[in-house]
Design a protein around this ligand. Structure first.
Ligand SMILES: Nc1nc2c(ncn2[C@@H]2O[C@H](COP(=O)(O)OP(=O)(O)OP(=O)(O)O)[C@@H](O)[C@H]2O)c(=O)[nH]1
Ligand SMILES: [Mg+2]
Length: 277
């Protein structure tokens, strides 16, 4: 079964590094999903894999790039599928969202994908402070109101998902079962100590309550998954070598966070819910 995935993530959320790490794990064949035949090419993730093996981060993907890779994968029960995994410059999603226009290629992806994987860099996303989240004594020091109307991060995401569902013709009179949706809260390792041990849903409810409420109201529970992801486990630099990465290899790093808050080194678990359709 061919499974085109609509991977949605803006600039700098970690799409390319996750793609590279996921490809590495699938080839290793030690996790819940494994590759059944070697992919014809490691592109577009070859560059990321080379950099990670050198203990360095890769650069940003060119804004105009869109490339897909085809992976034949199987789970432990022997179910096989062809996963179509993309990599592209996150600016494309930003302009889709801002311009409310999409090319025929993007429209086809929205219409034909069996699953949507949405990545947000959770540490950078939160509700601005207000009287409910700030101590009362600090209210006098209110920051200047922004000039003009600015949509919050969470309102932007809800608005975008509503629009995509509309483009696809997905009605919301009943809860959505297709496309399945996985929300990956990426760069989980960046979260502060008092949040890093929490469950992904709780972190989402705290940082983006409107998104949490929207997803719960519109998706069928079995078709909706909110998971944590730290594809690299730590910050890497583009210039300085991380010796431990070189010694132990990128396959020793990275984890996903299960719904109950436990960590698992098997990054393929971050996408297995897509294949249970
Ligand atoms: N701390 C930490 N940093 C990460 C992780 N994954 C990626 N990063 C860093 O986040 C930055 C963005 O990652 P990319 O994978 O390039 O993001 P992208 O979504 O492909 O970005 P564009 O190509 O610009 O669309 C890079 O500097 C990475 O080193 C992670 O799990 N933890
Ligand atoms: Mg990229």
């Amino acid at each position: 079964m061919r499974k085109p995935i609509l991977l949605l993530g803006e600039y700098d959320v970690g799409k390319s590094h996750f793609g590279g790490q996921l490809l590495g794990r699938l080839r290793e064949a030690k996790g819940a999903l494994r590759m059944t035949s070697a992919p014809a090419t490691l592109a577009p993730f070859d560059g990321v894999l080379v950099r990670l093996n050198q203990g360095k981060a890769a650069g940003h993907t060119g804004a105009a790039n869109y490339r897909e890779s085809f992976w034949q994968v199987a789970d432990a029960e022997g179910r096989t599928m062809d996963l179509v995994w993309p990599d592209y410059g996150g600016e494309q999603v930003t302009s889709l969202r801002n311009d409310r226009r999409m090319s025929p290629d993007w429209r086809k992806r929205v219409e034909t994908s069996t699953g949507w994987v949405v990545m947000i860099r959770i540490h950078n996303s939160h509700v601005p402070d207000d009287i409910f989240s700030r101590p009362l004594h600090s209210i006098g020091e209110r920051p200047a109101a922004p000039k003009g109307f600015v949509m919050s991060d969470q309102a932007k995401l809800v608005d975008f998902l509503q629009w995509l569902a509309f483009v696809r013709g997905t009605g919301t009179l009943e809860r959505i079962t297709e496309p399945r949706l996985i929300l990956l809260l990426s760069c989980w390792d960046e979260l502060p100590q008092d949040e890093i041990g929490n469950r992904p849903w709780d972190v989402l409810r705290l940082r983006m309550p409107m998104v949490a409420a929207y997803l719960e109201a519109n998706w069928e529970p079995g078709a909706l998954h909110v998971l944590g992801l730290s594809a690299l486990e730590r910050a890497l630099s583009e210039d300085t070598v991380d010796e431990e990465y070189v010694d132990r290899g990128p396959e020793s790093f990275g984890y996903m966070v299960q719904p109950d808050g436990t960590r698992d080194k098997d990054l393929t678990l971050a996408i297995t819910p897509l294949l249970r359709a």
